[in-house]
Every structure is written in structure tokens, then in C-alpha cells.
Design a protein around this ligand. Sequence first.
Ligand code: ZN
Length: 562
Amino acid sequence: MASAVLKMFPGTKLAIGPAVPDDFSSRFYYDLDMNHKLSDEDLVAIEKKMRELAAQNLPFERARENRLKAISRFKEEGDIYKAEMASEMEDENISFYRHDDFMDMCRGPHIPSTGHIKAVKLLSVAGAYWRGDENNKMLQRIYGVSFPDKKMLDEHLLKIEEAKRRDHRYLGRDLDLFSISESVGSGLVLWHPRGALVRTIIEDFWREEHLKNEYDIVYSPHIAKLDLWDRSGHTSFYAENMYSPMAIEEVDYEIKPMNCPFHIYIYKSKTRSYRDLPFRWAELGTVYRYERSGVLHGLMRVRGFTQDDAHIFCRPDQLQPELERTIKFNLFFLRTFKFYNFDVYLSTRPEKYVGTIEGWDRATEALRNALIATGTEYEVDPGEGVFYGPKIDIKIKDNLGRSWQCTTIQVDFNLPERFEMEYVSDDGSRRQPIMIHRALLGSMERFFGVLIEHYAGNFPLWLAPEQIRILPVTDFANQYGGKLVDIFEKEGFRVGLDLSGEKIGKKIRDAESMKIPYMAIIGKKEIEDGTISLRKHTMGDIGEMSVDDAIKRLKEEVENKN
Ligand code: ZN
């Protein structure tokens, strides 16, 4: 692609052009510094030129050059981006690939010749700051994909279309679930009534299940003294994700990026005995984190979000059973939302860590044993633990096969130490509890975004903000419609009634486009029989039935969370 671009737009400076395999794999991009503003037509022309080069089956040759020589050559030729990248490498020699009259710095490996390029498509062009830093020059980034054959490419393009159709940002607008307003601020989510209703249902379920599973619910404030974050280590280890402090009566306060220290002070509010442990304290805690505007993305990456957080404080002998319990609880949750495929990672001790190696080994073993005991398949992610302890990450796979990081379960020795937490052991001595941090869904915002895409906006009945809409065929049936609303509401359903006066065809189309799971069509016959004609979204007409039968059917579906 770079070779094609240079042939068509001489003088273009090449910046960085990596392969960036995503969930569907085989994506690539190149950042280009050029005066010409690329259009969609240009992409088509570049693609054509690429196919010409592929047809010539030009062999790729690898070349090596002394790095310092290469840097001075880049500088002479005005290749400022390559010069900058090469000057940051450490190797003595760097490798290049050449075909025809084109040569580019590249580690390789490469396909043997351009003839191996069989199916390629340039997807888009967008602005991208050099190195993602808004103080640098804005370059043009072309995204493309390449496949070994046309069939695979076509399948991939279909998947992209499907992903677009499911994009939570558009569905969020079309289904009136949420919005993000530039007047309010980037990355700050406004939950509309319909979206907030779904969230409330999820939160109610979440609370109920936590109480059932012997958690306690706690609440904590949104700000705390800066000193607290110094003591927790956040201002040194987590500073880039935190906002500037604010002064209250000349004392600095900080908006919280995490909930952990608050739960620690609940623990520290009195003397704890070994008999009291474990404590399992859960909070839907809203936190704020500094994210650059360039990385914000709908609900998936935001600046303010609510974690479904919990901290478990336990004795060392309770660690493994608590972890097993957490994993089981977690999988139950995810399966309830129809996620059945997971990638589980056990992340071990990184280079920079706190605590002792024995402590790390013990905690890692406990995590590993808990995974084995619960029959959870996992992979080890060596060195990817947090500085304060090892962790388990669970990525869920959605209906398109994309993975999303949601769950994290972390063992922490650091905070109990920093905050001098203790309990009185059976021999009367003071011991330090172990802390487990865990978020099951991750954050309500992100999880909601993932759900919207996973379901393609078709929420299962138990979650749907409007479960059934009554559609009178003519205004004559409006009164009967009102009666039905009362009956369904009394049975605990969320019901709508279309009094728009539009034709029934239009009413059905409106309900379908809002993805309402059930529609009850009522005309003269239904009034006389005291029935409804039930219709299901995406399935079509089910038929006339008594109101009782319809209620029974819907109740079962809600009960099964289908
Ligand atoms: Zn925590």
C-alpha cells in the first residue's frame, strides 16, 4: 500500500504502518504525511494500484543496514518519522524490505512476493496524530485488510457490516437508550429513561444476587483527601489516570479513580477478629479516570463510570475458597447474560512488584487452584499481574466472536500493608488480612455497551425496557388498550400503548424498529373475544390468545431470562 501511495502521491512521508490484528484478524494501517487530502475515491485508486503491483509478483528482498547509517540516510532523505523511530531502537542493525523501487524499514517476516497478495480492501481514512499525541502533527491513516482469498475477505466485510449494524453508539441513539453530549463533556454518559431502566434491572438483579451470596452492600463518597490517595499509592502508581485535586477549606481533595481505600476504612472503623472474616463488601461505585479524548469510544471507554466493585477481606486460609466462590459467582453472572464463551487469563508477577516472592507464589497458587477446582480453562499471562498482586482476567466473547475484557479478580498484599490493616488471630496476635479486588461486569457503562452489541439491541424479555406494546387497530380499540395496560402492569410488565392514530402497519413497524419483544394487536374481534393477537419481534404473528395465556407465556420467558 505504501508503495502504491508513493507512486501516486510522490513526496508522501511514511510514518508508522503496523499490522494490527483485531478480533477478526489481518488488519493493517499506515500513517502518512501528505499534502493531498485523501478521499474515498483515492482509496479505490490506491487499491487498484496495489492490485497492479500484486499482479507483477515482485519479490520481496530483505536488507540490513547499520542503524546509525540508516538514521543519517533517513535524515538526508527527509524521512523524519523513520529517523525518529530508528533512533529509539537499540539494535545495531535494522532490517528493511525491498520490492521494485520501494524500500521500507520493517522487522518482517514478509510474504515472498507481491503475488501472494490475493484479496485486499482499504476500509477507511482518518486523521491520526503522530504517536497519538495531539501536540504532534495530524497525519492521515489508511486502514485496510488483507486475506489469502476473496471468499475470506467477503466474509470479513460482511462481519464488519454486521458489527456496524450492532454498533452500540447508533443503537443507543435509535433505541433512545443513552447519549453523550459535547456540551456536558466527552466520555460522560447520559442515561435516558429506557437505558436507565435496563440498568436498574441489571443493578437490582446484581444487588439481589450479591445479598443471596453473602455479600454486604456498601456506599462510599466520590471524593477523598489527596493524602488518602498518597497513602494508597495511587498518586504515584496511577497518577496519569487521575484528575487535578480540588481544595476544600485549603485541604486538597481528589475525585476517586477507585473505590478500594474507602472499603479499607470501613474495615478499619473497628477492631476485627479472625472470627469476623471474611468480609465481602460490594458497591456500585462511580469512579472518574483521566482518559485522552482520542481513546474515548461510546460506552466502551469513558471518563466517568460505575464499577460493580467488591472487596473481600479474608485470612490466608480463606483465600482459595473465596477465589473459587468468586469465580463461580462470576461465571453464573456472565451466563445469565448469555455469554457462554470466555478467555480466562492468569496474570503472574511482573518485573516491578511489591511484597515477597513467597507471598506472590502463594497467591498465584491460590488463583491457579481456584481455576482448576472450578474446572475453568485458562492461559497464563506471564508477568502481566498488577504491581500489588496476581490476577485473573476474564474476557467474554460476544455473538460476533469479539472478546471484551470485563471481569477482573485481583489478590492484593499491598494495600493491607500500606493501610496497616489487621485482625486479631486466634492466638491473640495481630495479623494482616488479604484483600481481593473484583469487578464482575467491569463497569455498568461498558457492560451495557457490550450487551447492546451482543444482543444487537434485542434485549431478552427480562431486560427489555418496554416488554410489550399494545397496538389498537383503530381508535375504537383504544379504551380496551388502556384496560390491557392496567392488566399487564398489575402483573409486573413494562407496557406501552400506541395511541398515535396511525395505521396498524405503521404501528407495527414502529414497535419493530424499537425492538419491542412483544406486540399485542387488538381490533374488533379481540375486543369481542376479550383476547389479544400476539406478535413477536423478528418472529412475526403468533396468533390470537387469551390475555391469561399471553401473561403466562411472557412470565415464563422472564423467569427463564431468555
Ligand atoms: Zn479495588
